[in-house]
Write a new protein. Sequence first.
Length: 152
Amino acid sequence: MNTLFSLQVLLILHLTGLTLMAGTTAAEYVTFKEIAKLFSTEKERARSLIGLMKKVSLLLGIGAALLITSGAGLLLLTNGVFVHQAWFQIKLSLVLALILNGFTVGTRNEIKLRKSIDADAVQGITAIRKLKRFYLVQCGLFFTIIILSVFK
């Protein structure tokens, strides 16, 4: 297979993974904002939206898998030419921060929010406050990653 063609396919898959992750995060944020509005007044609707968010998260995982595997493929195909460049190291650190923030802050607070719908309103409000910050951080990280990718 032609190296240039392989590079282009991997780059398309890489951008598709990033787009899936960023788009899913944006969709989750819009859904979360609606859940936050409904949390105190319409618990059943809030609960169903949380279920929807959980299903949509599958796309986030698919995007992450595409991003990581295509990124590894790009590194192999280019013989790691970008590894020592500052923009790449920053970008890689930001991608790791996205993943870690998602697993630690996002997932933990989504679970607390889900559990608190019927039980503890105070815990739910705290989770909502933390999730608002979480989504703002995630969006900022995506924006910075895209800027670094464009202006490398």
